[in-house]
Design a protein around this ligand. Structure first.
Ligand code: ATP
Length: 235
């Protein structure tokens, strides 16, 4: 039989208290490449990523990782099984140095020296700043650190929430260049963005969420064509 998709959502519903935000999401993410998740403010993109990462419970439906249901799995278990989230707003610890932020990954059983070497080889710009407090890095560097921290954990699936937030277009290009390198190394990337500009140029497939529903899935070209008819045209 065919092997199951790397990640699958079936009829996923989730919300906050009495308010449902995801109204039955069906999604199949095959292994390999960059899968873009697009949609306007409040569409439920972050909520969907948090559900996948085990940080938020579904109220109905199923999340499957390599064909196995993971609805009840804790975030750290999912991390050990290869799911890693780069949260919106970067999530680096401002009062820890670059190096110390990277060492936080050692709970997954990696050795600090190995982690730093890998991070600094892949993200050389961080190497010069290893003793700098993360809070004093530029926005782009902080995002790079968040990305580095996730990548050195050796994820199978990297979930990235609005990498571009608050950053200049040129920095976004650089960061997505790094994400594309990571994808080339065999990591499947699920990247949430509000605007289609950079991400559709790199993605192998895309989904558009509007108000907690899948408006469409398809190739980046198909999605790009449809987007003008939806709300995103002005990007
Ligand atoms: P954005 O791009 O603005 O982050 P999004 O597509 O990621 O949007 P979510 O952050 O998932 O959307 O939010 C979806 C809806 O859920 C919004 O209406 C939001 O107000 C609501 N919501 C998000 N977090 C909470 C929370 N902790 N408590 C209550 N409602 C929430």
């Amino acid at each position: 039989p065919e092997s199951p998709p790397l990640l699958e959502l079936r009829g996923v519903r989730a919300g906050y208290g009495a308010i449902e935000v995801l109204h039955g999401i069906d999604l199949v993410v095959p292994a390999g490449g960059i899968f873009a998740v697009l949609g306007p403010n409040g569409a439920g993109k972050s909520t969907m990523l948090r559900v996948i990462a085990g940080l938020h419970r579904v109220s109905a439906g199923t999340v499957l990782l390599a064909g196995r249901e993971v609805n009840q799995a804790a975030p750290d278990e999912l991390a050990r099984r290869g799911l890693c989230l780069v949260p919106e707003g970067r999530g680096v610890f401002p009062n820890l140095t670059v190096e110390e932020n990277l060492r936080l990954i050692t709970h997954l059983g990696h050795r600090p020296a190995e982690i730093e070497q890998r991070a600094f080889t892949q993200f050389p710009r961080l190497a010069n700043r290893r003793k700098q407090l993360a809070g004093t890095l530029s926005g782009g560097e902080q995002q790079m650190l968040a990305l580095a921290r996730a990548v050195v954990a050796d994820p199978a699936v990297l979930l990235i929430d609005e990498l571009s937030m608050g950053l200049a277009p040129q920095i976004v290009e650089t960061l997505y260049g790094l994400v594309a390198d990571v994808a080339t190394q065999g990591v499947t990337v699920l990247a949430v963005e509000q605007f289609a500009t950079t991400i559709l140029g790199l993605a192998s497939a895309a989904v558009v969420l509007t108000t907690g529903r899948v408006a469409m899935t398809g190739t980046p070209q198909q999605v790009d064509q449809e987007l003008s008819g939806l709300y995103l045209g002005a990007t």
